[in-house]
Design a binder for this molecule. Structure first.
Ligand code: ZN
Length: 331
């Protein structure tokens, strides 16, 4: 049914494009050439769609030709879509699935639904995560009230993370007992910064190092903002470097004092962990940053509908080339 509502228009286009290759090509062209078609090789706008001489229909590989450089191209040229020959309707399906669920979608599920190999599905999903990767340097810093916290993600330790407090200095440290490392796989520290009511930035760390933890605040949060943390002493110096720093003392079971809490950032971690354990089962250290980009993206686009979120991810794939050459075979 035809509708003028742009929100349901996006969903209708996605539904059609996930079932029909021509519609899928048209969807990617609609996004990429929304300000007018151009040649990705030389930038010329004097371009045209190639047609079959006999039928007058569009050429079957959906190629374009540039009158400037005389070269041919497709909507894939110069994008993350270029290095596979997978039909674009499969890309649409995978983008949509990755954007429509809070926890994401596993490569295994995509491989079953699209009848492609697991290896190909994994390759596809890593590229989709790459298009979801946001560059914070091009955006305003987080501001207002920003909650900052750390957690451990991934791995399957035999024992959980322990927290100890030094009674003299009050310093709280988190550590994994050596026995946990022997019996399980590695857990990776992650720091997240959440602007209340706004965006999140999540980072994988080598270890919970005070300089790095504070450094992220300096890099990503506007001076003058209110920064809420727990009692982790790594953040104490923030009050002297231009931030209004407040904290709650979790070790004393204090979770809120006035509007000072870290509940929002903990909510983000809960979502991340449910996704990593529930959907992806295990994520290796080498790939965690891709999953963080995916969860960050979905969180930062949570206020729009599934269709608009999917289009935003597709738009992110433009101009992003592969950062690695070989297909990844593990999560
Ligand atoms: Zn050209």
């Amino acid at each position: 049914m035809a509708t003028k509502n742009p929100r349901s228009q996006a969903l209708r286009k996605l539904r059609e494009a996930s079932q029909d290759e021509t519609k899928a090509v048209e969807l990617f062209e609609w996004r990429r050439f929304r300000d007018g078609a151009y040649c990705p090789r030389c930038g010329d706008t004097d371009v045209y769609q190639m047609r079959d001489r006999d039928t007058g229909e569009r050429e079957r590989n959906f190629r374009w030709r540039c009158r400037g450089c005389k070269q041919r191209f497709t909507v894939r040229t110069g994008t993350i879509l270029e290095e596979t020959r997978l039909p674009l309707r499969i890309w649409v399906h995978a983008y949509w699935k990755a954007c429509a669920s809070k926890k994401g979608v596993s490569a295994l599920q995509i491989s079953r639904e699209c009848e492609i190999s697991y290896k190909t599905a994994l390759y596809l999903m890593h590229r989709i995560r790459l298009s979801m990767l946001e560059d914070p340097s091009g955006e305003p810093k987080l501001s207002g009230v920003v909650e900052v916290d750390e957690t451990f993600v991934g791995g399957k330790p035999r024992h959980s993370v322990r927290t100890v407090k030094n009674p003299k200095t009050g310093r709280v440290t988190q550590y994994l007992p050596a026995a946990a490392m022997k019996g399980g796989t590695e857990k990776i520290p992650v720091q997240a910064l959440v602007e209340r009511g706004g965006r999140v930035r999540a980072r994988q760390l080598e270890r919970l190092d005070a300089t790095k933890l504070r450094g992220a605040v300096h890099e990503l949060v506007e001076r003058g903002s209110r920064v809420h943390t727990d009692e982790n002493p790594s953040y104490k110096a923030l009050g002297r470097t231009g931030y209004k720093h407040d904290w709650v003392t979790h070790s004393k079971k204090e979770y809120a004092r006035g509007d000072v809490t870290t509940n929002t950032v903990e909510g983000f971690f809960a979502l991340l962990k449910r996704g990593v354990f529930g959907t992806f089962h295990s994520v290796s250290k080498q790939h965690l940053h891709r999953y963080l980009a995916e969860f960050e993206f979905r969180y930062n686009h949570r206020k729009v509908n599934d269709g608009e979120r999917t289009l935003a991810a597709i738009d992110g794939g433009e101009g992003k080339r592969l950062l690695y050459a070989r297909p990844a075979t593990t999560q």
